[in-house]
Design a protein around this ligand. Structure first.
Ligand code: SAM
Length: 457
């Protein structure tokens, strides 16, 4: 039993001899608390300990807490720490990490921060949009703390939820499956024609119907209408001297309009691109004439140009969604509940109180309420979209697709914490001459629209 430097021993004495105590003290291995009534402690360093190998059951990483900054409200978001462990354990800096079901982009975010290259894919628009905003934020933080980060691109490969609308019986022979698919596609086309109140026609390659002096082409059911599809339609217009046409589709390939409409106009063709509303699958809605096909959304921008400097202001944005049929929703709404839906370009909240009395509240009071994100590419035609095609010798040729890659040179977007959005871009220095500026807007449903303007600096 001994006292050491005025510190009293525990009731049963120190666990080590005075000589050992003096040795540890000399080595700086002791921690002396301020108060002499406190207990002397031994310093142990983590890297000297053997530790315990991580087992195959990881229960030390908690779920993302409800109030956590990490939370992005993506339903299946994984914790950052989980992916950090996986990526650290299975790759080195500079390696390439891929997540083909990236969701809110946790894997890509961790990969970027740990100095890995990455590729992400997802078929959901929301997933891509959430990931885009997340990675821009990550880059902003990395820039602030002086870390290197890489630019990234978003490419649209155009495959969407085919099975959602057209399911074939996979138990059938291939031939039968094809037959079933053909029949379903034909049914789909006649459904749309009916909803559009048009007359079917058989005389064309790409058109299926006629309506008020315009021909009508219907895009695919299972994927966005592609540039190739619209170009085929325009080709037939030129061959047969058709000047007015409507294209109907659920979705359009990213970046397709307005350029395609301008190209058509230059050829003397009045081309309208319209969205097929979801209600076309609702028989009662067709019977009640409640289906409306709206033009794709449009953007108005104002360039501010002075002496080699340009800034872009967003001045209007309109969307014409008509996704839900309010009467049907009200009828199926339980007392004491509410639902948010879209009606004639406005988002409305329908509430049914305890007594079944219905109230509506318009949530989009101003056009800016529709916008979640917008971005500017100050020199749109500076980066061509190149694809690699195998040539006769089995080697790759680089071929321009005819499109350009949108480069985010400036953007403003809403986040969970900060709901504000800027309506004027930064001032951007550029060389004198003509150029094209592209503005991309993503609305609160994750749909994106682009506008290209010609300017002279
Ligand atoms: C479980 S979530 C991934 C969540 C992600 N780990 C995170 O931290 O946010 C799975 C994702 O796969 C996507 N998905 C499902 N089927 C797909 C497919 N065939 N191709 C691409 N993505 C798909 C869904 O849209 C969804 O976002």
């Amino acid at each position: 039993m001994y006292e050491y430097k005025g510190y009293k021993p525990p009731r049963n004495g120190w666990a080590i001899s005075r000589t050992k105590m003096e040795q540890w003290d000399k080595e700086g291995r002791l921690h002396f608390p301020k108060s002499k009534d406190g207990r002397i402690q031994r310093k142990r360093y983590l890297d000297e300990l053997k530790g315990k190998p991580v087992s195959d059951l990881w229960d030390d990483i908690g779920q993302i807490a409800a109030q956590s900054h990490e939370r992005l409200d993506y339903p299946t978001q994984k914790p950052f720490a989980l992916l950090e462990r996986i990526i650290n354990a299975s790759s080195n800096e500079g390696d390439l990490i891929a997540d083909f079901f990236c969701g809110s982009g946790t894997t890509l975010d961790v990969a970027e921060r740990l100095g890995r290259k990455w590729i992400g894919a997802d078929l959901g628009k929301f997933a891509i949009h959430t990931t885009r905003k997340r990675l821009i934020n990550t880059q902003r933080q990395m820039k602030k703390s002086g870390c290197d980060f890489r630019a990234f691109e978003i490419l649209n490969l155009g495959k969407y939820e085919r099975q959602h609308y057209i399911g074939v019986n996979l138990g059938l022979r291939e031939e039968e499956q094809q037959k079933q698919l053909k029949k379903k596609e034909a049914d789909f086309v006649s459904l749309i024609i009916r909803a559009y109140k048009a007359e079917p026609t058989d005389n064309f390659k790409t058109f299926s119907a006629k309506e008020a002096g315009r021909l009508v082409a219907i895009g695919p059911i299972n994927m966005p209408a592609s540039r190739l599809f619209v170009e085929e339609v325009i080709k037939e217009c030129i061959e047969k001297h058709i000047t007015k046409l409507d294209v109907l589709a659920f979705e359009y390939e990213m970046g397709l309009f307005p350029k395609i409409q301008e190209d058509a106009k230059a050829k003397g063709i009045d081309l309208a691109l319209k969205h097929i509303p979801r209600e076309v699958f609702d028989k009662r809605a067709i019977e009640r004439n409640q289906i409306e096909f709206h033009d794709v959304s449009y953007i108005e921008v104002k360039p501010h140009i002075k002496k080699g400097i340009i800034a872009v202001e967003l001045t209007d944005f309109s969307v014409y969604y008509n996704q839900d049929i309010v009467d049907n929703v009200i009828a199926s709404l339980k007392n004491g509940s509410h639902k948010v839906l879209v009606e004639k370009g406005n988002i409305i909240k329908v509430l049914k109180d305890k007594d079944g009395i219905v109230k509506r509240e318009v949530l989009t009071k101003h056009w800016t309420d529709w916008i979640d994100y917008w971005a500017v590419d100050f020199d749109f035609e500076s980066k061509k979209e190149i694809k690699r095609v195998v040539n006769d010798e089995g080697k790759f040729d680089e071929v321009w697709t005819g499109d350009y890659i949108f480069e985010n040179e400036w953007q403003s977007f809403r986040t969970k914490e900060d709901r504000s959005i800027e309506l004027k871009s930064v001032e951007h220095e550029c060389q004198k001459g003509r150029r094209k500026i592209a503005v991309k807007v993503v609305d609160i449903f994750g749909n994106d629209t682009m506008k290209v303007i010609d300017i002279k600096v």
